[in-house]
Design a protein around this ligand. Structure first.
Ligand code: BES
Ligand code: ZN
Length: 458
C-alpha cells in the first residue's frame, strides 16, 4: 500500500486540476437548456475512466440524463464493491452571490470553489483517483469494482430504478459504497448510517378564472393567495409538529441508545446556528437539533408564488397561487403514502371558494444502516489508516434515493463514506470542497479497497 499512498501524494496537484476541468461543465440536471451539457459531462467521465484500464466503461442512456458505468474485474475470488455517485449538479441561482463564477472553479483557503465540487463530482473523482493509484502502481485493483454514476440524483433519480432493474446482474456486488455525504467536522472521519427520505409535491389553489380588480371584487370571492398562506400555516402546530393526520403513524421512535449515541457527538449548536445565519434555533419540541435534522420527519414549503410580483403596486384578487412543499421522511414512512396524506389534508383545509390541485413531483425512501454488520469495522479501519483518527457514526438529514433502492434490491448494507463538510454550501452559492479532505478521501477509498480485499465475499 506504500506505493499506492505515495502515488496519491505525488499526483495530488494533478488530481485537483482534473477535478477542476470536469467542474467546468455545467451539468444542471433540472434545467432543460443543459441537456447537451449533461451528455458531455457523462462523456467526459467515461473518457476519464477509460484511461484507467477498466474491463468495461459505458454511458447508459435513460429516458432522462445518462449514467456512466465502469467495471474492473481483475481480482478473481475477491469481493466486488459497487461504488455509486452522481454527475449532475444543482442550479446556481442566485448567481450574484457567488464570489467566483460557479463553473470557473477557483482555489482559495485550501478549498476548491464551484458548483458540484463536493456534491458530487469531487467525491466521484475520489474513487476514480483511488482506482488510478492502484492501476498505475499495482497494474490492478485488489478487489473487483463497479462504478455507477447517475445523472439525475438532484432531480429525484426518476429513471434509476428502471436502469438498475434492467442491469441488475451487471450491478451485482458484495458491498456498496456511496460517497455523497459530509463528515461530522473537519478531519473527523465519519460513516453516515442514516439518511432521510423525501416526498416532494406542488400544490395550486385556484379561485376566479382570471385576476380580478380587488376594488370591485375584493370581499366578494376567496383570494387564492390568502387561502394558500392560511393552508400552509395550518400544516404545523405551535410545538412545531406536522398536523397532517397520520403523518407520524409509522415513524420509527428513536431508541434510548440511538439518542445517547447522537448526544455523545461533539456538536456545537452555537457554531452550527452561526453557519446558517439564522437568528435562532427552531423546530419540533422535545428533540435536540441533531435529532430533529437527522431522525425526525419534517414538512417545508420550498417556494410560494402567485398574484402580482412586479414593481410597484397592483390591486388584484389573483386567480391562483402555488407552493412547492417537501417532507423529509424517516423510517418507516413511505413517500407515496405521505404524499396521499398531505394531498388529502391540503384538500380538506381548502374553503369552498377555491379548488386545489396537487401534483406529486418525486420522492426517495429513508435509510438506516445495519451498523452491526462487519463491513462497518472494515470501513472504520480504512478511515483510521487515512486520517489517523477514530471514526464516528453520524446520520444526515438529506436524501440519496439510490441508497435504499440498492439496499432493498440486494439486501447488502450501504457504506456512506462521505468527504464533504457540514458548511460546504452544497445547493447554495459558493459550494466548496476542502482539498485536504479530497486528498485524504482518495487515500480512504484506496484503504477501503485494500481492507475489503482481506475479507471474504459477503
Ligand atoms: N449530496 C446530497 C445528499 C445529502 C444532503 C447528503 C445533505 C448529506 C447531507 C444529494 O446530492 C442531494 O442533495 N439529494 C437530494 C435528493 C432529492 C432530490 C431526492 C436532497 O437531499 O435534496
Ligand atoms: Zn449529492
Amino acid at each position: 500500500m506504500d506505493d499506492v499512498s505515495r502515488y496519491i501524494d505525488q499526483h495530488r496537484a494533478r488530481f485537483v486540476d482534473e477535478l477542476a476541468t470536469w467542474v467546468k461543465i455545467p451539468a444542471i440536471s433540472s434545467d432543460p437548456s443543459h441537456v447537451k451539457d449533461m451528455a458531455a459531462n457523462a462523456e467526459h467521465l467515461k473518457n476519464h475512466l477509460a484511461a484507467l484500464g477498466p474491463d468495461q466503461v459505458e454511458v447508459w442512456p435513460t429516458k432522462g440524463h445518462p449514467a456512466v458505468f465502469a467495471e474492473w474485474n481483475h481480482a478473481p475470488g475477491k469481493p466486488t464493491l459497487l461504488v455509486y455517485g452522481h454527475h449532475d449538479v444543482q442550479p446556481v441561482d442566485p448567481l450574484p452571490e457567488w464570489i467566483s463564477p460557479p463553473f470557473e472553479p477557483a482555489i482559495r483557503e485550501g478549498r476548491m470553489w464551484g458548483r458540484g465540487v463536493v456534491d458530487d463530482k469531487g467525491q466521484v473523482m475520489i474513487h476514480a483517483n483511488a482506482i488510478e493509484a492502484f492501476v498505475k502502481t499495482q497494474k490492478k485493483l485488489p478487489i473487483n469494482l463497479k462504478l455507477i454514476v447517475e445523472g439525475e440524483e438532484e432531480i429525484g433519480s426518476e429513471n434509476l430504478d428502471e436502469l438498475m432493474r434492467a442491469n441488475a446482474s451487471r450491478l451485482a456486488a458484495d458491498f456498496v459504497c456511496v460517497s455523497d455525504t459530509a463528515m461530522f467536522g473537519r478531519g473527523i472521519p465519519s460513516l453516515c448510517v442514516g439518511l432521510r427520505g423525501l416526498m416532494y409535491l406542488e400544490v395550486t389553489v385556484s379561485g376566479p378564472k382570471g385576476d380580478l380588480h380587488s376594488g370591485s371584487f375584493g370581499g366578494g370571492v376567496a383570494n387564492p393567495v390568502n387561502v394558500l398562506a392560511k393552508m400552509i400555516a395550518k400544516l404545523h402546530d405551535d410545538d412545531g409538529k406536522v398536523t397532517v393526520p397520520g403523518f407520524y403513524d409509522k415513524v420509527a421512535i428513536l431508541t434510548a441508545a440511538e439518542r445517547k449515541e447522537i448526544a455523545s457527538l461533539p456538536f456545537d449548536e452555537k457554531e452550527w446556528l452561526a453557519s446558517t445565519g439564522s437568528p435562532a434555533i427552531s423546530g419540533e419540541k422535545g428533540f435536540s437539533t441533531l435529532e430533529r435534522v437527522w431522525a425526525r420527519p419534517t414538512l417545508d414549503c420550498n417556494g410560494i408564488w402567485g398574484g402580482f410580483q412586479g414593481e410597484g403596486a397592483k390591486t388584484i384578487i389573483p386567480a391562483r397561487a402555488s407552493a412547492k412543499i417537501s417532507c423529509r421522511l424517516v423510517p418507516h414512512q413511505e413517500p407515496e403514502e405521505i404524499q396521499q396524506l398531505v394531498a388529502s389534508y391540503l384538500k380538506k383545509l381548502a374553503p369552498p371558494g377555491v379548488t386545489v390541485r396537487v401534483e406529486y413531483m418525486h420522492g426517495g425512501r429513508p435509510y438506516l444502516a445495519p451498523t452491526d454488520h462487519p463491513v462497518f469495522e472494515v470501513a472504520k479501519r480504512a478511515f483510521t489508516r487515512a486520517f489517523g483518527k477514530p471514526t464516528v457514526f453520524i446520520r444526515e438529514g438529506g436524501s440519496i434515493p439510490f441508497v435504499r433502492t440498492i439496499a432493498d434490491a440486494t439486501g447488502k448494507p450501504c457504506l456512506l463514506m462521505g468527504f464533504g463538510q457540514p458548511d460546504e454550501n452544497a445547493h447554495a452559492p459558493n459550494e466548496w470542497l476542502d482539498l485536504e479532505n479530497f486528498h485524504l478521501g482518495i487515500k480512504s477509498a484506496a484503504f477501503l479497497y485494500d481492507e475489503l480485499s482481506r475479507i471474504g465475499k459477503s
